[in-house]
Write a protein that binds this ligand. Structure first.
Ligand code: ZN
Length: 687
């Protein structure tokens, strides 16, 4: 039983509160709706702006999500204006939307759902609509009519697939108005509508009807197993499949980014691995989506990449190249068969990539979009599996699929999206990212739309900064991990994690560093060695992994090294620091030379005297530098300000601004360069 309604929870609620309560119960059940799907309404008398009572309908606004919905997300429409539309012969989507906008009691409320007329035409107080997997499974098979009859008898009206809009609304209205006995409407390839005199009654019926469909499935699950066939490719053991996944992800990301750059999300949950292992999975995945709502996120079909041995990475890469190109060609063909010539072709590359034995990848403009697509494909797998219990799986026709993906209402939504930020769709790694300059850079790049991986010796600090950015910019936008840049193994394992998290990398900010002090005649070898390990070898190890990855990805990239003014103007008692940082900068220049032909740039930012939150400026360094300049520690910050041409205090944010410029496309024609951020130091001018 899925019914979670508790009368004790709803005591004293008004109609709108009950609607919110009902909507949240439906929204919280992922077997009913996911990510903004479904909608609910209630018909009540409401006062208009002059206090006149008028029959109205409150319905979910477009773009809200039922699991977190609130009172304000339900616009209210005047039924006296809406209901006469039932007598119209036809109406385009644009006419309908324009008309409904004039029926709103509060014109500033959110736009009402595209399924508003359907709710309005049902002559009942409360109406609930979901895209329940179990219901869609009943409709998406060759024996849909017979199965629905078997499960529901004559209690249910069945409406063949039509896109949401005026015609569907009128058809459903006609079916229900003439037939007071029926308890619900099943929309083929779409979902379920129920109603009642109260929100509870509509919800109870909804839960009961979905339960019946699930019971039917459970009783026939053996037929599903048969429909999926035997095992064709067992999943690789976890550590091995993660290695393979990390090895192929950058190539996959590059191929999928040929039209628009995307981030990837890797998923090897057990239901996915189970479906990928079946003999019939490939054929079934190619039939089509469960509903048009699914299609908008997943496209009509996933790309299925199979080779005889999924541990054979070179063969997998070859299959991936061929598969991606074939997918894009077939998409272009499908597009040209159905286009009216009005709509430009959308991205022809897949949103879902399935690799038996290894896992599923979903793509998106950001991690959230990739996550939504992944969630939806889990439901697609569920619907396909359940549908097989009643017969062969069926889906939308190629024409209907085209009209769903190129529905002007959807395309219009795309045009409303705000312009993308400078580093949108990109992934940036920042070493030494938890504190000081690194932290300022991480926050700046995230604000500009980048996905950020904060790597630091201080794992706690890295994780807590990532959490802070996820709270600000949305889940999945940042990841924290421990990285000792001097350890070849740790750098390699961090890169494996990074490849699994986002599929690749576009920006490296190589920032981790230390500043040992001491005159060279007395400097212990260990201090010298440690400076070289972190300030030179550390940059080498991280940059080596980065350029290997970026060359596989084949979409260019930008490396930004955080140097120091000591590179061009070394300081007394700073020998180990100055020499190791000079090695870092030579390394950056050679990286620029070796990787230009791959569109990979490498530039250096040379800051000076950034005190705030910096691990470099330890108490010891402060005391030592004060001594070297013959001043007290308190005078140190002012001393550094006074010695630059602009007499300015330089901050981490100033450095972050320069890094942002070198990371992004505004510096597309610059590589091998050094940019000082030091307030102007004449003796540090590059020459
Ligand atoms: Zn719907």
């Amino acid at each position: 039983m899925r019914n979670l309604w508790k009368d004790a929870d709803t005591a004293g609620m008004d109609d709108l509160d009950l609607l919110v309560y009902q909507s949240r119960l439906i929204g919280a059940d992922t077997a009913l709706v996911v990510w903004g799907g479904g909608n609910t309404s209630i018909k009540v008398d409401q006062a208009d702006f002059r206090g006149r009572e008028t029959p109205a309908m409150l319905i979910k606004g477009s773009g809200s999500d039922m699991k977190t919905i609130e009172r304000k997300h339900f616009p209210s429409l005047r039924l006296d204006d809406v209901l006469p539309l039932f007598d119209e012969e036809s109406m385009s989507d644009e006419e309908m939307v324009a008309y409904l906008s004039k029926c709103m009691l509060d014109p500033s409320a959110p736009r009402p759902s595209i399924e508003t007329l359907l709710h309005a035409f049902l002559p009942y107080k409360s109406v609930a609509h979901s895209h329940a997997d179990a219901i869609v499974a009943l409709t998406n098979n060759e024996n849909a009519q017979r199965t629905i009859q078997l499960v529901y008898g004559d209690d249910m009206a069945v409406i063949e697939y039509i896109r949401p809009g005026f015609h569907l609304s009128k058809k459903v209205g006609q079916a229900v108005r003439g037939n007071p006995r029926i308890k619900g409407v099943v929309l083929v390839n779409h979902g379920l509508f129920t109603w009642g005199d109260t929100a509870k009654e509509a919800y109870d019926r909804h839960a009961d009807l979905v339960d019946l469909a699930e019971e039917h499935y459970n009783a026939n699950a053996a037929r599903s197993a048969k429909g999926l066939g035997g095992t064709a490719q067992k999943p690789l053991e976890t550590a091995r499949r993660h290695q393979v996944a990390a090895a192929i992800a950058p190539t996959m990301r590059g191929l999928a980014s040929q039209r628009n750059r995307v981030v990837l999300r890797y998923d090897d949950a057990s239901d996915v691995m189970g479906f990928l292992s079946t003999e019939r999975g490939k054929a079934l995945s190619g039939i089509g989506p469960a509903t048009p709502d699914h299609l908008i996120q997943t496209k009509q079909k996933p790309l299925w990449v199979d080779v005889s041995d999924p541990e054979d990475v070179p063969s997998l890469l070859q299959a991936l190249h061929q598969g991606m190109e074939r997918y894009a060609e077939e998409y272009a063909q499908w597009y040209s068969q159905h286009t009216t010539g009005e709509e430009p072709m959308l991205d022809p590359y897949p949103r879902v990539v399935l690799v038996p034995g290894v896992g599923m990848w979903t793509t998106g403009r950001d991690s959230r979009a990739a996550l939504i697509t992944g969630d939806i494909y889990h439901h697609t797998i569920d619907v396909v599996t359940k549908a097989l219990s009643a017969g062969a799986y069926t889906s939308l026709s190629a024409r209907d699929a085209f009209e769903a993906e190129y529905w002007p209402m959807e395309l219009y939504k795309l045009t409303l999206a705000p312009p993308e930020k400078e580093l949108a769709r990109q992934v940036a790694l920042i070493t030494g990212g938890a504190h000081g300059i690194g932290r300022a850079i991480a926050l700046r790049l995230a604000r500009e739309g980048a996905h950020v991986i904060v790597a630091d010796l201080d794992q706690e600090g890295a994780l807590s900064l990532a959490e802070e950015m996820n709270n600000t910019h949305g889940p999945g936008r940042a990841t924290g991990l421990r990285m000792d840049v001097t350890s070849e193994e740790e750098v390699a394992s961090a890169f494996e994690k990074l490849r699994l998290s986002y599929g690749g990398l576009d920006v490296l900010v190589s920032n981790a560093g230390i500043a040992p002090v001491g005159a060279l005649d007395e400097l212990p070898l260990a201090d010298w060695q440690r400076a070289l390990d972190i300030n030179a070898t550390g940059h080498f190890l991280v940059a080596r992994q980065t350029v290997r990855l970026m060359r596989k990805q084949a979409t260019g990239g930008s490396l930004v090294f955080v140097g120091t003014k000591n590179v061009t103007s070394p300081g007394k008692d700073f020998g180990a620091y100055s020499a190791s940082k000079a090695a870092e900068v030579q390394l950056a220049k050679v990286l620029a030379i070796e990787n230009g032909e791959f569109g990979i740039r490498c530039n250096v930012v040379n800051p000076d005297a950034i005190f705030e939150g910096s691990a470099l400026w330890s108490k010891e360094v402060r005391e030592q530098r004060a001594r070297a300049h013959g001043i007290s520690v308190d005078e140190l910050e002012d001393f550094y300000r006074q010695r630059n041409l602009l007499k300015e205090r330089v901050t981490g944010e100033d450095v972050a601004e320069a890094v942002l410029f070198l990371a992004g496309n505004r510096s597309a024609k610059t590589t091998g360069a050094m940019l000082p951020v030091d307030g102007g130091l004449r003796d540090a001018f590059p020459r």
